[in-house]
Design a protein around this ligand. Structure first.
Ligand SMILES: [Zn+2]
Length: 157
């Protein structure tokens, strides 16, 4: 909800030694780039090439991956947000890969605009998602230059 004022002025990209991190290892530090190729959980389609996203800590409620199915079961969950009139169960996600240019993505799709201020990122091949989100600029209605890919909704190769 807050438009973060993080600037990219600090580009202290020391190319550190290529230490080989294992899959889904949570030992990333904020600002670190993805060492591996980021692919779709379901169809293995490439979403981001290595070193194109930056590790970010940000707490966001992201609708569950099965948002296409109607989940009428439990409405007693606090983690739900209304999306265009319907409540969707959400997961609280703390870690993301931040990408500053849409054209950095190998493949990505966008949901329809939700609540007039956000689009969700989906796999452009199998259309599963959301795998992340992007806010819209409130003045122009255009996509902002900050695309967040949820750390644990993708695979690493
Ligand atoms: Zn996919």
């Amino acid at each position: 909800m807050d438009s973060s004022s993080v600037s990219n002025a600090q580009m202290n990209d020391k190319l550190s030694a290529d230490d080989d991190k294992s899959n889904n290892d949570m030992n990333f530090t904020v600002g670190e780039q993805n060492a591996k190729t980021i692919v779709c959980l379901y169809c293995d389609d490439i979403i981001l090439r290595p070193k194109t996203g930056k590790y970010e800590q940000k707490n966001i409620l992201l609708p569950r991956m099965d948002m296409k199915k109607t989940s009428t079961s439990s409405s007693s969950n606090d983690n739900s947000i209304p999306i265009n009139g319907n409540d969707h169960l959400c997961d609280s996600i703390d870690y993301y890969w931040l990408v500053n240019d849409m054209f950095t993505f190998e493949n990505v799709g966008f949901s329809k605009t939700v609540n007039n201020n956000v689009k969700y990122l989906i796999c452009s091949n199998c259309e599963r998602g959301p795998i992340g989100y992007c806010e819209l600029d409130p003045t122009t209605g255009q996509l902002d230059k900050q695309f967040y890919v949820a750390f644990d909704r993708v695979k690493y190769k």
